[in-house]
Structure formats: C-alpha cells, structure tokens
Design a binder for this molecule. Structure first.
Ligand code: GUN
Ligand code: FE
Length: 428
C-alpha cells in the first residue's frame, strides 16, 4: 500500500552543481517512495495529508558513499602511515582473510551497518571480500536494515596471499551464483561486479567478469590509478596496454554497464578522455588519498572535462565514515590543489561538494540525492540546536556549520526510499 505524507522543516538541497535550493519552513510531499514536490505552502490537493513537522531542523538529502570496504571496518584507524601496497599486505589482506568465517563477518558487518546508519549514509557502494558466504550475508543484513547498497563479492586470483587467492574458475562461478541469486532479490540492495584491481586479477578473470556484468546487466566497481607503485606494477603486467584504464576497457569492464572507479589520482589525459567517453563515475576518496600518501586527485579538472564524480570514505584506507568530514577533507585538498596547480584548478566550493555527496554519487543509484519530483525520498533531519550560536544564521550557514563542526549526533532521523529507518541494532 502506498503511504503518502509530507515532512516540514528547513529544506536545503542541490538540484544543480554548485547551487543550493533553500525552502525555509517548507514541505516535501512524499508519495510512496518518491518525492512529489517541494512547497512553500501546501495547497488544497494536500489538505488531508499527514504532516511530520520537524520544526526548526534542516532536511537534507541522504549522504551517498560510493566506495568503501565493509571488510576493513575492524581495521579503522590502523596502519595509515604506509603506502598502498605495503598497507594491503600488512594490514588489509590478513584482515580480509578472516571473512572465510561467516560468524566473524556477522559481528563486524552488524557494527558497520549501524555506523553507516549513524552517519546518515543512506546509500553506499561496498566491497565485501572474496568469500561468497559472508558477501551474501552482508547483502541480507543491508536489506534488513533498510539502507540501500550495491555490494560486491571481491575477485582476486593472483598476486595475493594464498588464503585470499581464488582459483579463476571458482571466482567466476561464485560471482555468477551471486548475480543469479541476488539481482532481483531485493529492491534496495543489489550485487555489483568487483574485480579488486588489475594487479590481483588475471586477464582471463577480468574478461569473464566483463562478460558476466554485461550478461546480467550488473554494474562494476574497482580501483584505478591510485598510487605510483600500483601503476608501475600494472605496466609490468600489461606491457601491451597503453595505460591502466585501457586494461579495464579491453576486458569490457569500463562503462559497458554503469561503472565506478575509485581514486583516479594519477590518470593521464588519454585516460580522462576514456572516463568521459565511457561515462565512468570516479569515487573521490580524499581521506584515503591523504592517509596512504597517494596524492591529490584532480577533481576540478575531471569535472570540468565532464567526468561524473561522487564522494567516498574508502574505509579503512580512509579513517572515517562521516560524510561531513569527507566533504571538509575534499574542500581542503582542493584548496591545496588550487595553489599547487599554479591557480588553475579552482577550489571546490561547499555547494559543489554537497552536490557530490548527495546528487553526484546518488546518480549511480538512479534518481537519488535530490528532492526534485520523482526522486526517491532519501533524507536526513539535521538538528543543530545544540550548537553554540551567538547570532542568527541563514539556512546555508547552518548547513555549513553542521558540515564543518557537526557530527552524527546532529542527525536525528533518516529516510530511505520514503521509509523512516530505525537504528539497526535490533535486527541482528
Ligand atoms: N587497491 C586495491 N585494493 C585496495 C583497497 O582495499 N583499498 C584501497 N584504498 N586501494 C586498493
Ligand atoms: Fe578502496
């Protein structure tokens, strides 16, 4: 049965990149899962509608994290004085090997989902591990929580420790099993084809994953051009390929279906052109890029050239799931990029970064991340009344203060696809 209602509060969102829409004391009318419209006053046609009044609170779209590793949550804050390859070997691979044990997965994944809920991450694109049992469990747990996610069983058949290396045939078979079983199992939780990155996948595996993604019409996520050591390794493994991006492209893993590539810190001009042409989403992971000394991704340049971009925590190379902190971090590295590019790449403004954290990443999920008509109603109610205030602020300023100085305690209510989502602890 369709349930219609309206929420009332100080509404702020970005329909366009870099421009807030603000409706003070306004209403969002929700019909079932979808936004019908945003109004200053409710007209006669809505006279009998139930109104949920959030008073002076702000109502913003839910945050979208388009790249994170659920299986690294237990390592949050560990080993971040290393670069990518040693960090993977010393910290990450040994942790991920533990997910052969589904009961361990259940413990950590419950805690992660609660944390995503806390931070208002209503939609996410998630790496699990190579293990099909714990990957399926993660999808089932997300579905129970009411949060929306793409979840990938990771594929790795070479250059990895023995306990985290699959036989090529097993990797393909287990992936296909998940695509068959989960493509239509849930509305808000879907599988995604997830080759870890080029170094950990044979050409045979990459090609088969490209085939499966197309056959089952399932999106793809992976890592691209994050670190110099990684890129040199890819050059050695694929001397015939012009660049890293073309390895994915040759395997049918670049934009044949909707595709997310995380990082893209060190992409060259030819690669940027390919990303534009193939409509690839870049997951910008500023926290991770700072921690592992990967570099400062050329986000303004990518956007100017037409690349789609969303924001991402990339935990546990990133050290926080707070999208507020990630936005601030993205602003800071963009300011540095401005100076270091000889003042070519203009700093990203908060309005632009807020767009990336909501509608930018949300586009990967369809009509998500805005309060325009027919968008899925994902929203957060932000109560900033406990913040010290010695003068009055505009709604835009209040949002700024929440992003720069607020935390999860300011997030009072979460909605996903029209449904209010309660704290998930009782489910597990
Ligand atoms: N490249 C391959 N695997 C990983 C990972 O787990 N994290 C990050 N940041 N980069 C990767
Ligand atoms: Fe990652």
């Amino acid at each position: 049965m369709r349930i219609d209602y309206a929420v009332k509060g100080n509404i702020i969102f970005t329909k366009e990149f870099g421009k807030y829409e603000v409706i003070k004391d306004g209403y969002i009318v929700v019909q079932g899962k979808l936004v019908k419209g945003v109004y200053k006053k409710l007209s006669g046609e809505f006279i009998n509608l139930k109104v949920i009044d959030y008073g002076n609170a702000m109502i913003i779209p839910g945050f979208v994290d388009i790249h994170l590793h659920a299986s690294q949550f237990a390592n949050l804050g560990l080993g971040l004085d290393k670069e990518l390859m040693p960090w993977l070997e010393e910290y990450t691979f040994p942790e991920e090997a533990k997910y052969a044990d589904v009961s361990y997965a259940k413990k950590v994944y419950s805690s992660l989902i609660r944390e995503l809920w806390k931070f208002g991450i209503t939609r996410s694109c998630v790496f699990a591990t190579i293990h099909k049992g714990s990957t399926k469990l993660l999808m089932d747990m997300f579905a129970k929580s009411g949060l929306s996610a793409y979840v990938g069983k990771v594929n790795m058949d070479r250059n990895s420790p023995d306990d985290l290396t699959e036989k090529t045939e097993d990797s393909i078979r287990d992936t296909e099993e998940i695509l068959k079983e989960y493509s239509n199992k849930y509305e808000l939780v879907k599988p995604i084809v997830t080759p870890r990155f080029v170094p950990s996948c044979s050409t045979d595996l990459l090609k088969n994953l490209g085939r499966l993604a197309k056959q089952y019409n399932v999106p793809v996520q992976s890592h691209l051009c994050e670190n110099y050591g990684e890129i040199n390794f890819v050059k050695k493994l694929h001397p015939d390929c012009k660049n890293y991006t073309s390895v994915y492209s040759k395997a049918g893993l670049l934009g044949e279906v909707p595709t997310i590539m995380a990082h893209c810190v060190l992409v060259d001009e030819d690669e940027i052109e390919l990303l534009v042409e193939k409509k690839v989403f870049v997951a910008h992971c500023p926290s991770s890029n700072c921690n592992l000394a990967s570099g400062n991704a050329p986000i303004r340049k990518l956007i100017t050239k037409g690349v789609k971009v969303g924001l991402a925590s990339d935990i546990s190379a990133g050290n926080t799931l707070s999208m507020m902190d990630i936005i601030v971090n993205a602003a800071q590295v963009s300011n540095i990029k401005w100076i270091e590019s000889g003042r070519v790449d203009k700093p990203l403004k908060l309005t632009e970064l807020f767009y990336l954290a909501t509608k930018g990443g949300g586009e990967f999920f369809g009509k998500v991340g805005s309060f325009e008509e027919k968008y899925e109603f994902d929203a957060l109610v932000i109560d900033d009344s406990s913040m010290p205030a010695f003068k009055t602020f505009s709604i835009e300023e209040r949002l700024q203060r929440f992003i720069y100085t607020g935390d999860d305690r300011n997030i009072k209510v979460r909605y996903v696809a029209g449904k209010k989502i309660e704290e998930p602890k009782s489910y597990f």
